[in-house]
Structure formats: C-alpha cells, structure tokens
Design a protein around this ligand. Structure first.
Ligand code: PEP
Length: 257
C-alpha cells in the first residue's frame, strides 16, 4: 500500500507586506502546535518579496512549515526583466512553486507551452511544481471537466520522465470554485482527481501514480476540508483566502483531528 503524505498549501496570492507575512507565519507556527505535522505537511506560498522573511522565521523558530513561490521563470538567468529564477528560489530554501494557476493562465495568458517550460524549470533545480489545472464554469456545465483538466495536465507534464512526474504535485482547481465560496462537492473533486491519477498511471505506471499527490483547490475552509479529505484520490488542498488566517489555516492542516 502506498502512503502519500497529505499536503495543505496556502497560496497567499498578492497579499501581505513583509511585516504582515512575518506575523502570519509566526502565528501559524504557534497554531500548528495543536496539529500532528508528522502526518500532514503544511506549506505557504508568499509573494516573492516575502519569501526571505518566511525563511528566516521558519528557520529561527524551527517551524513545521514548508514554503515556496507562486510562480517561476521558465529561464535559468539573464536578461528577463522582472523574472525570478528557480535557483533564486532554492537559494531561499523553497520546496514548492505553483505553476499554471488559473490567475496566471487568465491574466498573464500562460498556456500549455509556458506552463510546461516552468514545470521543467522547477524540476531542473529540485523544486516540486504544484501544477494547477481545472475547468471554467462553461466547461463544467458542458460536462467536460475531466477532459479539460486532463488536457491541461498532459500539456503541463509533456516530456517528463516518470521519476519527474512523481515529484510534481497536481492541484485540481475548478476555476468556478476559486475565491467564490462555492466549493466542489467531494464527489466532484474525487472524479477529476481520480482521472488525473489514472492518466498518470496509464502513461507512467503504478509507482508514479501511487506516489503522485493530487490536491483539490477552490474555496476550501476548515468547515469543508474533512469531507473532501475522505476521498481516496484527494491528497490535500491548495488554499487561497482561508490561508491568510493562521488559526483557520492550522485547522485546515489538521483536518484529521
Ligand atoms: C487558489 O487561489 O488557489 C484558491 C484555491 O483560492 P480560494 O481558496 O480562495 O478559493
């Protein structure tokens, strides 16, 4: 039997200055004392400029919090004004980086080619990409949520070895559920998360599929996380709004209690 450590990742988006980030990560460390973090991993994705602050607080307090970035450049270094490279992130102790979030896809026109290049850039420096996929409302209404999400997944992991795919975290985030308060039902989440694992099983085999962590994201709160986590193929959550409050996010992390 495969055991996947659940991951609860907080996407802070473009919120909090460095002082507020410091307070939140310290408060989260305190609140996580109530949670058995040996069986579930807590991670935060602050804005780039606050990663150093989070690193310092995590190291100083020996806090059980992994961290990472919300985006990465597809390039290694050089004349790419405004970009942040993977090696800059690993130098700050990052473990994760979100790639292909629907807000990047929508507001920055990031498609499959760029998303795939960013996944590869992350893996090349030892970061685990959190590859976000998920359908807009019209696709769900047309019953095409699985097809749509799998097409994004295939594009995102194109050209990767089985070994690298196992290091990817896939976040199924239906666009209509992000920031709307409208959470997918546990069965809806399971349907797409299971299809994601099945596709990886078909292309890369049992060991890779069994190791792959598949998260659900979209209006996750402490009041709905436990039910989502009963589903076999849901290995955690990517959390936006509710990750900005330490007590609430710690409750989400500790869904098992
Ligand atoms: C997200 O942005 O990844 C997200 C899931 O946001 P929220 O939890 O606020 O819906």
């Amino acid at each position: 039997m495969t055991t996947r450590t659940p991951l609860m990742a907080g996407n802070w988006k473009m919120n909090l200055d460095w002082k507020q980030s410091l307070s939140l990560v310290e408060e989260l460390g305190e609140a996580l004392r109530e949670v058995d973090t040996t069986v579930v991993e807590a991670a935060v994705l602050p804005p780039f400029v606050n990663i150093r602050t989070v690193q310092t607080a995590v190291e100083a307090g020996d806090l059980p919090i992994s961290y990472g970035a919300q985006d990465i450049s597809a390039h290694e270094s050089g004349a790419y004004t405004g970009e942040i490279s993977g090696s800059m992130l690993t130098a700050l102790g990052c473990t994760y980086v979100a790639v292909g979030h629907s807000e990047r896809r929508e507001y920055h026109c990031e498609g499959e080619v760029e998303t795939n290049a960013k996944v590869k850039a992350a893996l090349s420096v030892g970061l685990s990409p959190i590859l976000c996929v998920g359908e807009p409302l019209e696709e769900r209404k047309a019953g095409k949520q699985v097809e749509y999400s799998l097409a994004q997944l295939e594009g995102g992991i194109e050209g990767l070895s089985a070994e690298d795919v196992a290091k990817v975290v896939v976040a199924y985030e239906p666009v209509w559920a992000i920031g709307t308060g409208e959470v997918a039902t546990p069965d809806d989440a399971q349907e797409v998360c299971a299809a994601i694992r099945d596709l990886v099983r078909t292309k890369h085999g049992d060991a890779t599929a069994d190791a792959l962590r598949v998260l659900y994201g979209g209006s996750v709160k402490s009041s709905n996380v436990a039910e989502l986590m009963t589903k076999e193929d849901v290995d955690g959550a990517l959390v936006g709004g509710a990750s900005l409050k330490a007590e609430e996010f710690a409750k989400i992390v500790g869904y098992q209690d």
